[in-house]
Design a binder for this molecule. Structure first.
Ligand code: NAD
Length: 259
């Protein structure tokens, strides 16, 4: 079998949190193009449904949108129940939903801190836990990919985002911990650390958008990345050519963190 054949995800089921738009949507499209059935798990049901229909129409796989709040255990339980009912199994989980608040550390309230940690770190834990539990029950193994960030490795400047940076550093250590615990079940867990990527989170943020010129001036490639530039690494991690890859973090940042 050729390497491209081996990379296919035909017959697999994937959920993508934060899959309605941005990086999650782009990776969902890539999983679908590789043959996987897709569950878009997002807080924003209207956008999630649009994305699910768009992917089904264009790629010819089965898709479903499920309103999911990654910070809410009952909502995640519902996501897993729906997946069991509709698809019978889960092979791939992309735990990707995340938010960013830009607030100086000295002014940040507990509520603001908790909001970021709850979505970015606890949300990744809860969704990865649910996916891992189901994969262990199934006895089939599986692949979990958690979205961290280059902000786990460096402190981005000039924006003040200590909760975001801390949450993403937590995602990497959580990923490694789960990879060790679940190695015996053949459930692989890796993380993705993107650099600046052009999505709603950056391009349409009133805090971040004005900083793009500044970031691009120091970026080795003098530009942001696109969501499409994260697709292939995720297809690799999701599929059966990466069976020796677990507990790793993949920095895809155009060399931004190299200096
Ligand atoms: P985005 O804002 O475009 O999309 C995020 C999606 O997550 C939205 O569809 C939103 O509805 C959903 N979401 C938010 N809170 C949720 C919740 N509680 N439950 C379920 N869904 C929720 O963001 P993006 O740029 O595509 O970012 C995706 C991930 O990549 C995030 O974890 C982000 O931190 C990370 N990341 C982004 C960049 C970047 O430059 N864009 C860089 C590094 C890492």
């Amino acid at each position: 079998m050729s390497i491209l054949e081996k990379m296919k995800l035909t017959g697999k089921t994937a959920f993508i949190t934060g899959g309605a738009r941005g990086i999650g949507k782009s990776v969902a499209i890539a999983f679908a193009q590789a043959g996987a059935n897709i569950v878009i798990a997002d807080f924003d049901l209207i956008e999630a449904e649009k994305t699910a229909i768009e992917i089904a129409d264009r790629e010819g796989v089965r898709t479903l949108a499920v309103k999911t709040d990654v910070t809410d255990q009952a909502s995640i339980n519902n996501l897993i129940d729906v997946i069991k009912q509709e698809f019978g199994k889960l092979d791939i989980a992309f735990c990707n939903a995340g938010i960013c608040l830009n607030i100086p550390a000295e002014d940040m309230t507990l509520e603001q801190w908790s909001k970021v940690i709850n979505v970015n770190l606890t949300g990744v834990f809860l969704t990865a836990q649910a996916a891992g539990k189901l994969m262990i029950e199934q006895g089939t193994g599986g692949s979990i990919i958690n979205t961290a960030s280059m902000s786990a490795h460096i402190v981005n400047v000039p924006q003040p985002q200590c909760a975001y940076n801390a949450s993403k550093a937590g995602v990497i250590q959580l990923t490694k911990s789960l990879a060790i615990e679940w190695a015996k079940h053949n459930v692989r867990v890796n993380s993705l650390s993107p650099g600046y990527i052009g999505t709603e989170l950056t391009l349409n943020s009133k805090d971040l958008q004005p900083l793009i010129k500044e970031w691009n001036a120091i970026a080795p490639l003098h530009r942001m990345g696109t969501p499409e530039e994260l697709q292939a690494i995720c297809v690799y991690l999701a599929g059966d050519t990466s069976t020796f890859t677990t507990g790793s973090d993949f920095i895809i940042d155009g060399a931004f963190t190299c200096f």
